[in-house]
Ligand binder design. Structure first.
Ligand SMILES: Nc1nc2c(ncn2[C@@H]2O[C@H](COP(=O)(O)OP(=O)(O)OP(=O)(O)O)[C@@H](O)[C@H]2O)c(=O)[nH]1
Ligand SMILES: [Mg+2]
Length: 404
């Protein structure tokens, strides 16, 4: 049996989710957002009628509850039903009142932590999920790395016997190599969260480093962002949308986006089109260029750091194909993934896909995808129009498949 993490792309990377009874380590570089990986999995598990225990040692349970609620993952009804319980291993540390039945009076004492954890484990109705938030805090607070690792080994194998799944958060502070190795060895699966930094964190990536139930796999580094609401999304910070004058770039960006802005004058774009798309677990920012040649310097500026290119051509204007190719060449540096959207196929005289493909003589790795107005009668001169949703989604999907 597999357990969904509630994060589509992560489930896919894990071939359907976490194997029930496994232990999963979410190992994060300090500063990257990691909590929602556990929170989203927890909520998804509860929604699917599982039992869960949340062991927390670095904030009060009430704070965890609030954080979850802030993401639209309200767990109060599960707590009322008894399917979600906390182990409060924090309040004792700051001499505050217990906030859960499972309470550790002195969290600096690993024996007390271990005793409370086993007591909860024995009471847990299976199948169940246990979240440990966090392992690094446990090491820091108890100041006994070896003891914590020993506890973990036993605890995870006991959980496995009962088919209980564990997700533990671990921030990789500069611990000794043996501590890191020791922690890593305990777990069946490691999901690593990393960042690209340049004074500030520019971009975060996750990858499945190992999972006992997976055959050897290619390692994918997946850029992500935590959205609120929404949780963990694959984040594509830049997809370039370009193509000849009047081909339908602005129409595409507006039809695809939940939010979009354009700077148009007399029906043509004179600055940038920008849109934000949320689609199938992806969050994508689209950048459109003006079609007129006098704006070409913008193309070079914009194509830096793009993850992919969508070239839009007008199927009724073969004269524009050469220009489209030139724009493709200009933007598609280093074999950046690209898709050609063949637009306006609803219009009379539109060329077929095969014909366009032949006339453009595109390399094989560049897919051509048809696109049309939702309602041709509404496609007025000098005004972007709404494009057919299936076509727009198809274009996005074909490109995103290549990006990740
Ligand atoms: N019939 C039809 N008309 C379309 C379609 N897509 C766009 N149009 C029309 O084509 C014209 C140009 O669309 P825009 O989206 O502004 O094109 P653009 O590529 O942004 O144009 P520039 O920014 O000026 O280069 C508008 O009048 C649209 O209504 C389509 O699929 N079918
Ligand atoms: Mg435009």
């Amino acid at each position: 049996m597999k357990i969904s993490t509630g994060i589509d792309i992560l489930d896919r990377e894990l071939t359907g989710g976490i194997k029930q009874g496994s232990s999963v380590l979410i190992m994060a570089t300090p500063g990257v957002e990691d909590l929602q990986f556990a929170h989203q999995s927890l909520f998804s598990y509860l929604i699917n009628k599982g039992n869960a225990t949340y062991m927390v040692n670095n904030k009060k349970p009430s704070i965890v509850r609030e954080m979850l609620k802030g993401f639209d993952w309200d767990i109060s009804r599960f707590e009322k039903q008894g399917s979600c319980v906390f182990m409060d291993s924090y309040s004792g540390l700051i001499k505050a009142l217990p906030e859960a039945k499972g309470f550790v009076k002195d969290p600096t004492d690993i024996d007390q932590v271990s005793e409370a954890a086993y007591s909860l484990l024995n009471k847990t109705k299976t199948p169940a999920l246990i979240v440990i938030d966090s392992l690094s805090s446990m090491i820091d607070v108890t100041n006994s790395e070896k003891e914590v690792i020993k506890f973990l080994k036993k605890f995870t194998s006991k959980a496995k016997e009962s088919g209980i799944t564990i997700i533990a958060l671990f921030t990789q502070w500069p611990y000794s190599k043996s501590t890191i190795k020791g922690v890593e060895k305990v777990f069946d699966c490691i999901i690593r969260l990393k960042a690209v930094e340049q004074k500030v964190i520019l971009r975060s990536y996750f990858s499945v480093e190992k999972a006992s139930w997976l055959e050897k796999k290619e390692k994918h580094e997946i850029p992500y962002k935590i959205l609120n609401p929404g949780g963990v999304k694959v984040f594509i910070p830049k997809i370039l949308v370009t193509g000849p004058f009047n081909a339908g770039k602005t129409s595409f960006i507006h039809s695809a986006s939940t939010k979009a802005i354009s700077v148009d004058r007399l029906g043509t774009t004179v600055a940038l089109d920008h849109g934000h798309v949320e689609f199938k677990g992806f969050a994508v920012d689209l950048f459109g260029t003006p079609g007129q040649e006098r704006f070409d310097p913008m193309l070079d500026l914009l194509s830096g750091e793009a993850f992919g290119v969508i070239i839009i051509v007008d199927a009724t204007k073969p004269k524009g194909f050469a220009r489209a190719k030139e724009m493709l060449k200009r933007t598609r540096k280093d074999g950046l993934p690209a898709v050609i959207a063949v637009n306006k196929i609803d219009l009379e005289g539109a060329l077929g896909l095969a014909e366009v493909s032949r006339m453009m003589s595109m390399p094989e790795d560049i897919l051509l995808v048809p696109m049309r107005a939702e309602n041709a009668a509404n496609a007025k001169e000098g005004k972007p129009c709404k494009l057919k949703k299936e076509d727009v989604n198809n274009v996005l999907e074909k490109l995103l498949e290549k990006v990740i």
